[in-house]
Design a protein around this ligand. Structure first.
Ligand code: ADP
Ligand code: MG
Length: 537
């Protein structure tokens, strides 16, 4: 490491690493980060326990969560975290895959650099390989539609199944809930399916078991009715949504109201009461019997509402109000003067229920709900949180499948097939890029290798037999981690959306290219941590 401190007029404490040293350091860090999450891959992957500096504990198998919680300081490590984040945002699943491929692309690049192949040649080869891989994917993929519940259930189950045990055991049950939720909120326009995943609300409460998780055709709100005298179980509810307060605007802080006699005070209060009463009457006139208000509701107004048998909830989150609007068809009212009957929404049932000792409001059986809730339960907070992370991945996965309309087979089969096809492409390409394309192909094989490793299988044997199968045109053959053998993954029901693979390959490649292009690291005060040696696969 070259330390040119001060010589170049840089501030005290600044470190500078240039040339091959910079590349070596960045590659080692990125590889170490990829390896750290890699062991969680697949249903037999291990979990990680993350402890924050405040002592909070998270037990997870979710790549994006692990990387985010690792709080990496090294810039190259951060780039790998970015890959996982991009994957998480674009697809929701496949984060570990993306980070593992990125790490391996760099490890294999390092070997090429040692053979004096210039970084820019590697970058060019990687770019060609990743574009080729992306174009090859549709050739080996199968079509899927939103009506294909059976395969969608499988996709969701694969996504859920590779999380911690608490989730894996209920994967079929949870998969169905996820697919049902997505089919309910999906909308078709011009022949394409769009799923606004924000319309699937995830609400969680620890207690019960994962098997008590339910799909509610409507919204669950973590609030209670404002007044104990209000009805708690409403059938055929006429729902009013408001984002204005049911309160009298208090004067500005520096304004003064001078009240000089008791009669003046009571007149003032009376007037306030009258105004609140009028507001409640306007609500009553519309025919509403349930009110969700984004702002506050004055005590006096609560009393009037209760007397008129109108149930009300206050300080509802704006996002919840929007979901209620989607679910019930109600408009969100912004002024008391324009409340009309046509602005009301409908819900078959609105109930306040006690869940785990706390009141929650269930707005259910909405007509044609375009907004639904998955109400997650589980033995402990850790389980509930992991179920939530798994469900998020599964929602992303199924959404990608229905939006893009293609799926591929899992268990490393797709990676092997693409790797073999890339090797052909490498030969056609020739030149120095050929070596980089071959290195790219080898990097994709990190996925079947890692799955084989998690199942206690021999890595070399597995890859060699997989390649042989794929050369016999058995493109679905991958690693069955439960049986510890090579088999047809599609027949086994291990399928994944094509988008997950496409995004993982292209974002891993982009990160590797970006890191390889760096030959100068100028850091103010950051001390790079050199990870220990790289294991050889
Ligand atoms: P990611 O964050 O990349 O989604 P996961 O831990 O979810 O990581 O693992 C996904 C990988 O596990 C995929 O390659 C998928 O094909 C594989 N996988 C999932 N279930 C099985 C299974 N039953 N047998 C073999 N491989 C599986
Ligand atoms: Mg996954």
């Amino acid at each position: 490491m070259v330390n040119n401190r001060n010589q170049e007029g840089m501030p005290e404490g600044t470190t500078r690493t240039v040339g091959r040293d910079a590349q070596r350091m960045n590659i080692a860090v990125a590889y170490a980060v990829g390896s750290a999450v890699r062991t969680t891959l697949g249903p037999k992957g291990m979990d990680k326990m993350l402890v924050s500096d405040l002592g909070d504990v998270i037990i997870t198998n979710d790549g994006a969560t692990i990387l985010e919680e690792m709080n990496l300081e090294h810039p190259a490590g951060k780039l790998v975290v970015e890959v996982a984040k991009a994957q998480d945002k674009e697809v929701g699943d496949g984060t570990t895959t993306a980070a593992a491929i990125a790490g391996d692309l760099l490890k294999n690049a390092s070997e090429l650099l040692d053979q004096n192949i210039h970084a820019s040649t590697i970058v060019k080869g990687y770019k060609m390989a990743s574009q080729k891989a992306v174009s090859l994917l549709p050739e080996i993929a199968e079509k899927i539609s939103i009506q294909d519940e059976e395969n969608l259930n499988k996709i969701a189950a694969v996504s859920l199944g590779s999380k911690s045990a608490g989730v894996g055991n209920s994967k079929e049950f949870l998969a169905k809930l996820v697919v049902d939720a997505i089919t309910m909120v999906a909308e078709e326009s011009n022949g394409t399916i769009e799923v606004d995943t924000d319309q699937i609300k995830l609400e969680k409460k620890d207690g019960g078991s994962t098997g008590n998780t339910s799909l509610i055709k409507g919204i669950v709100i973590d609030k209670e009715m404002v007044h104990s005298g209000m009805p708690k179980n409403i059938k055929d509810a006429k729902v009013l949504l408001m984002d204005v307060a049911l309160e009298i605007d208090k004067p500005e802080t520096d304004a003064k109201i001078e009240i000089t006699s008791p009669s003046q005070l009571s007149a003032f209060l009376k007037q306030e009461e009258e105004m609140l009463k009028e507001m409640v009457e306007k609500i009553e006139k519309s025919g509403a019997n349930v009110l969700f208000c984004q702002k506050g509701i004055d005590d006096v107004a609560q009393h009037f509402l209760a007397k008129k048998n109108i149930s009300a909830v206050r300080r509802v989150k704006k996002s919840d109000l929007e979901k209620l609007s989607k679910a019930t068809g109600a408009k969100i009212i912004t002024s008391f003067d324009d409340i009309a009957e046509t602005d009301l929404g409908l819900a078959g049932n609105v109930n306040e229920k006690k869940i785990g000792g706390e009141a929650m409001i269930f707005v259910e059986n909405c007509l044609n709900p375009k907004s639904v809730t998955l109400f997650i339960r589980g033995g402990s907070e850790h389980v509930v949180n992991e179920v939530e992370r798994a469900i998020k991945d599964a929602i992303g996965s199924v959404t990608s499948a229905v939006e893009v309309g293609y799926y591929v087979s899992g268990g490393g089969s797709t990676e092997i097939e693409i790797a073999e096809r890339l090797r052909l492409y490498a030969r056609e390409t020739g030149g120095r890029e050929q070596l980089a394309i071959e290195a790219f192909a080898k990097s994709l094989e990190i996925i079947p290798k890692t799955l084989a490793e998690s199942a206690g299988m021999d890595l070399i044997d597995t890859v060699v037999s997989l390649r042989a199968k794929h050369n016999e045109n058995l493109k679905w053959h991958g690693v069955d981690v439960y049986e510890g053998k090579i088999t047809d993954m599609k027949a086994l029901g291990i399928i994944e959306p094509m988008k997950t693979k496409r995004q993982a390959i292209s974002s891993a490649s982009e990160a590797a290219e970006m890191i390889l292009r760096i030959d100068d690291v100028i850091a103010s005060k950051v001390k790079p941590q050199m990870p220990s040696g790289m294991p050889d696969y």
